[in-house]
Ligand binder design. Structure first.
Ligand code: GDP
Ligand code: ADP
Length: 206
Protein backbone atom coordinates (compact mmCIF):
# COMPACT_ATOMS: atom_id res chain seq x y z
CA UNK A 1 0.00 0.00 0.00
CA UNK A 2 1.29 3.48 -0.82
CA UNK A 3 0.27 6.67 0.97
CA UNK A 4 1.80 10.15 0.87
CA UNK A 5 2.49 10.06 4.64
CA UNK A 6 5.24 8.11 6.40
CA UNK A 7 4.59 5.33 8.86
CA UNK A 8 6.72 4.82 11.99
CA UNK A 9 6.35 1.81 14.24
CA UNK A 10 7.84 1.85 17.73
CA UNK A 11 8.07 -1.33 19.79
CA UNK A 12 9.75 -2.00 23.12
CA UNK A 13 9.40 -4.09 26.24
CA UNK A 14 6.99 -2.62 28.75
CA UNK A 15 8.73 0.10 30.78
CA UNK A 16 11.52 0.82 28.25
CA UNK A 17 10.06 4.28 27.73
CA UNK A 18 8.30 4.14 24.36
CA UNK A 19 5.15 6.06 25.41
CA UNK A 20 7.26 8.83 26.98
CA UNK A 21 9.48 9.07 23.89
CA UNK A 22 6.61 9.07 21.40
CA UNK A 23 4.72 11.67 23.45
CA UNK A 24 7.76 13.97 23.48
CA UNK A 25 8.33 13.48 19.75
CA UNK A 26 4.73 14.47 19.01
CA UNK A 27 5.04 17.58 21.20
CA UNK A 28 8.12 18.62 19.20
CA UNK A 29 6.78 17.66 15.78
CA UNK A 30 3.10 18.27 15.08
CA UNK A 31 3.31 16.51 11.71
CA UNK A 32 3.61 13.19 13.52
CA UNK A 33 0.24 11.90 14.66
CA UNK A 34 -0.61 8.92 16.84
CA UNK A 35 -2.53 5.85 15.89
CA UNK A 36 -4.92 5.05 18.73
CA UNK A 37 -5.21 1.29 19.23
CA UNK A 38 -8.06 -0.77 20.61
CA UNK A 39 -7.42 -2.93 23.66
CA UNK A 40 -9.29 -5.28 25.95
CA UNK A 41 -7.13 -4.27 28.96
CA UNK A 42 -8.61 -1.96 31.62
CA UNK A 43 -7.60 1.74 31.60
CA UNK A 44 -4.83 2.85 34.00
CA UNK A 45 -5.27 5.85 36.32
CA UNK A 46 -5.09 8.86 33.97
CA UNK A 47 -5.87 7.08 30.71
CA UNK A 48 -8.87 8.26 28.68
CA UNK A 49 -10.98 6.32 26.18
CA UNK A 50 -10.01 7.50 22.68
CA UNK A 51 -6.76 9.16 23.82
CA UNK A 52 -4.31 6.42 24.92
CA UNK A 53 -6.57 3.59 23.69
CA UNK A 54 -10.11 2.69 22.77
CA UNK A 55 -10.92 0.42 25.71
CA UNK A 56 -13.32 -2.28 24.52
CA UNK A 57 -14.83 -5.51 25.80
CA UNK A 58 -13.79 -8.95 24.50
CA UNK A 59 -17.10 -9.07 22.59
CA UNK A 60 -16.51 -5.71 20.94
CA UNK A 61 -12.96 -6.73 20.01
CA UNK A 62 -14.28 -10.01 18.52
CA UNK A 63 -16.81 -8.08 16.45
CA UNK A 64 -14.04 -5.89 15.03
CA UNK A 65 -11.93 -8.95 14.17
CA UNK A 66 -14.94 -10.50 12.40
CA UNK A 67 -15.59 -7.26 10.51
CA UNK A 68 -11.94 -7.22 9.33
CA UNK A 69 -11.54 -3.79 10.94
CA UNK A 70 -7.90 -4.32 12.06
CA UNK A 71 -4.72 -3.91 10.04
CA UNK A 72 -3.06 -6.04 12.72
CA UNK A 73 -3.84 -7.32 16.19
CA UNK A 74 -2.09 -9.51 18.75
CA UNK A 75 -2.30 -11.06 22.22
CA UNK A 76 0.07 -9.15 24.51
CA UNK A 77 0.50 -9.61 28.30
CA UNK A 78 -2.80 -11.58 28.57
CA UNK A 79 -4.88 -9.00 26.64
CA UNK A 80 -5.65 -8.22 23.01
CA UNK A 81 -4.49 -5.07 21.24
CA UNK A 82 -5.12 -3.99 17.65
CA UNK A 83 -4.55 -1.21 15.13
CA UNK A 84 -7.75 -0.41 13.27
CA UNK A 85 -7.62 0.47 9.58
CA UNK A 86 -9.45 3.66 10.48
CA UNK A 87 -6.68 4.64 12.96
CA UNK A 88 -4.05 4.98 10.25
CA UNK A 89 -5.38 5.03 6.71
CA UNK A 90 -7.36 8.27 6.88
CA UNK A 91 -4.43 10.24 8.34
CA UNK A 92 -1.82 8.75 6.06
CA UNK A 93 -3.90 9.33 2.95
CA UNK A 94 -4.02 13.02 3.93
CA UNK A 95 -0.22 13.06 4.04
CA UNK A 96 0.32 12.98 7.82
CA UNK A 97 3.10 10.89 9.33
CA UNK A 98 1.57 8.30 11.64
CA UNK A 99 3.35 6.68 14.58
CA UNK A 100 2.28 3.34 16.03
CA UNK A 101 3.29 2.19 19.48
CA UNK A 102 2.68 -1.52 19.25
CA UNK A 103 4.29 -4.82 20.21
CA UNK A 104 6.83 -6.67 18.04
CA UNK A 105 4.24 -9.07 16.57
CA UNK A 106 2.17 -6.13 15.34
CA UNK A 107 5.25 -4.25 14.15
CA UNK A 108 6.34 -7.18 11.98
CA UNK A 109 2.81 -7.56 10.57
CA UNK A 110 2.76 -3.84 9.69
CA UNK A 111 6.12 -4.15 7.91
CA UNK A 112 4.66 -6.95 5.75
CA UNK A 113 1.76 -4.72 4.70
CA UNK A 114 3.52 -1.35 4.53
CA UNK A 115 7.01 -2.14 3.23
CA UNK A 116 8.01 1.53 3.57
CA UNK A 117 7.24 1.66 7.30
CA UNK A 118 10.26 2.38 9.53
CA UNK A 119 10.34 -0.02 12.46
CA UNK A 120 12.11 1.17 15.61
CA UNK A 121 12.91 -0.90 18.70
CA UNK A 122 13.56 0.82 22.03
CA UNK A 123 15.86 -0.97 24.47
CA UNK A 124 16.31 -0.16 28.15
CA UNK A 125 19.92 0.26 29.33
CA UNK A 126 19.70 -2.81 31.64
CA UNK A 127 17.32 -5.32 33.24
CA UNK A 128 17.65 -3.60 36.61
CA UNK A 129 16.68 -0.27 35.09
CA UNK A 130 13.73 -1.85 33.24
CA UNK A 131 12.39 -3.32 36.47
CA UNK A 132 12.89 -0.11 38.39
CA UNK A 133 11.13 1.95 35.67
CA UNK A 134 8.12 -0.37 35.83
CA UNK A 135 8.11 -0.09 39.63
CA UNK A 136 8.61 3.70 39.62
CA UNK A 137 5.80 4.16 37.09
CA UNK A 138 3.57 2.73 39.80
CA UNK A 139 0.73 1.74 37.43
CA UNK A 140 0.95 -2.05 37.52
CA UNK A 141 0.70 -4.64 40.32
CA UNK A 142 3.80 -6.72 41.12
CA UNK A 143 2.20 -9.74 39.36
CA UNK A 144 1.63 -7.69 36.21
CA UNK A 145 5.21 -6.38 36.40
CA UNK A 146 6.54 -9.97 36.62
CA UNK A 147 4.55 -10.99 33.50
CA UNK A 148 5.89 -7.95 31.64
CA UNK A 149 9.49 -8.68 32.65
CA UNK A 150 9.15 -12.33 31.59
CA UNK A 151 7.75 -11.23 28.21
CA UNK A 152 10.54 -8.66 27.86
CA UNK A 153 13.13 -11.41 27.23
CA UNK A 154 11.11 -12.76 24.30
CA UNK A 155 10.45 -9.27 22.97
CA UNK A 156 14.11 -8.22 23.12
CA UNK A 157 15.09 -11.33 21.15
CA UNK A 158 13.28 -9.76 18.17
CA UNK A 159 15.47 -6.69 18.05
CA UNK A 160 17.43 -7.73 14.95
CA UNK A 161 14.24 -7.75 12.88
CA UNK A 162 13.84 -3.98 13.28
CA UNK A 163 15.18 -1.26 10.99
CA UNK A 164 16.46 0.93 13.88
CA UNK A 165 17.37 0.46 17.54
CA UNK A 166 17.46 3.14 20.22
CA UNK A 167 18.87 2.62 23.71
CA UNK A 168 16.82 4.75 26.07
CA UNK A 169 19.38 5.54 28.77
CA UNK A 170 19.55 9.32 28.61
CA UNK A 171 16.01 10.42 27.74
CA UNK A 172 17.19 13.50 25.80
CA UNK A 173 19.62 11.47 23.76
CA UNK A 174 16.90 8.92 22.92
CA UNK A 175 14.52 11.73 21.83
CA UNK A 176 17.29 13.10 19.61
CA UNK A 177 17.81 9.64 18.06
CA UNK A 178 14.09 9.24 17.43
CA UNK A 179 13.87 12.70 15.83
CA UNK A 180 16.86 11.87 13.61
CA UNK A 181 15.24 8.64 12.39
CA UNK A 182 12.01 10.50 11.56
CA UNK A 183 13.94 13.18 9.71
CA UNK A 184 16.09 10.69 7.77
CA UNK A 185 13.05 8.65 6.81
CA UNK A 186 11.22 11.71 5.50
CA UNK A 187 14.19 12.68 3.36
CA UNK A 188 14.54 9.15 2.06
CA UNK A 189 10.95 8.92 0.84
CA UNK A 190 10.93 12.45 -0.48
CA UNK A 191 13.97 11.57 -2.59
CA UNK A 192 12.33 8.32 -3.74
CA UNK A 193 9.10 10.06 -4.72
CA UNK A 194 10.99 12.75 -6.60
CA UNK A 195 13.05 10.16 -8.44
CA UNK A 196 9.89 8.27 -9.34
CA UNK A 197 8.13 11.42 -10.56
CA UNK A 198 11.13 12.30 -12.72
CA UNK A 199 11.25 8.81 -14.19
CA UNK A 200 7.54 9.02 -15.00
CA UNK A 201 8.07 12.44 -16.58
CA UNK A 202 10.93 11.14 -18.69
CA UNK A 203 8.77 8.23 -19.82
CA UNK A 204 5.79 10.57 -20.46
CA UNK A 205 3.64 8.71 -17.90
CA UNK A 206 1.42 10.81 -15.62
N1 GDP B 1 0.11 -5.60 18.27
C1 GDP B 1 -0.27 -4.54 18.95
N2 GDP B 1 0.30 -4.23 20.12
C2 GDP B 1 -0.10 -3.11 20.75
C3 GDP B 1 -1.10 -2.25 20.22
N3 GDP B 1 -1.28 -1.23 21.09
C4 GDP B 1 -0.42 -1.42 22.10
N4 GDP B 1 0.29 -2.56 21.91
C5 GDP B 1 1.36 -3.11 22.74
O1 GDP B 1 0.84 -3.78 23.86
C6 GDP B 1 1.81 -3.79 24.89
C7 GDP B 1 1.19 -3.36 26.20
O2 GDP B 1 0.82 -2.02 26.14
P1 GDP B 1 0.31 -1.29 27.43
O3 GDP B 1 -0.71 -2.14 28.12
O4 GDP B 1 -0.08 0.10 27.08
O5 GDP B 1 1.57 -1.31 28.38
P2 GDP B 1 2.99 -0.56 28.36
O6 GDP B 1 3.73 -1.01 27.15
O7 GDP B 1 3.60 -1.02 29.63
O8 GDP B 1 2.72 0.92 28.38
C8 GDP B 1 2.93 -2.85 24.43
O9 GDP B 1 3.98 -3.64 23.88
C9 GDP B 1 2.24 -2.05 23.37
O10 GDP B 1 3.18 -1.55 22.43
C10 GDP B 1 -1.69 -2.60 18.97
O11 GDP B 1 -2.56 -1.94 18.42
N5 GDP B 1 -1.25 -3.75 18.40
N1 ADP C 1 15.44 7.65 29.82
C1 ADP C 1 14.70 7.47 30.93
N2 ADP C 1 15.29 7.56 32.13
C2 ADP C 1 14.58 7.36 33.27
N3 ADP C 1 13.26 7.09 33.32
C3 ADP C 1 12.61 6.97 32.14
C4 ADP C 1 13.30 7.16 30.89
N4 ADP C 1 12.40 6.99 29.89
C5 ADP C 1 11.21 6.73 30.48
N5 ADP C 1 11.32 6.72 31.83
C6 ADP C 1 10.28 6.43 32.83
O1 ADP C 1 10.09 5.00 32.83
C7 ADP C 1 8.71 4.69 33.05
C8 ADP C 1 8.21 3.83 31.88
O2 ADP C 1 8.14 4.67 30.72
P1 ADP C 1 6.92 4.51 29.68
O3 ADP C 1 7.11 5.58 28.66
O4 ADP C 1 5.62 4.41 30.38
O5 ADP C 1 7.31 3.07 29.05
P2 ADP C 1 6.55 2.11 28.02
O6 ADP C 1 5.56 2.93 27.27
O7 ADP C 1 7.63 1.56 27.14
O8 ADP C 1 5.91 1.04 28.84
C9 ADP C 1 7.96 6.00 33.18
O9 ADP C 1 7.79 6.28 34.56
C10 ADP C 1 8.89 7.02 32.52
O10 ADP C 1 8.76 8.30 33.06
Amino acid sequence: MDYPGNLFVVAAPSGAGKSSLVKTLMELDSHVQPSVSHTTRAPRGQEKHGREYFFVSETEFDAMVQANAFVEWAHVHNHRYGTSKKAIEERMSQGADVILEIDFQGALQIKQIFANAATIFILPPSWEELRSRLERRGEDSSEVIEVRLQNAALEMAQVQQFDFVIINESFDRAVFDLKSIVHAQRLKYLAQRRARAETFKALHIS
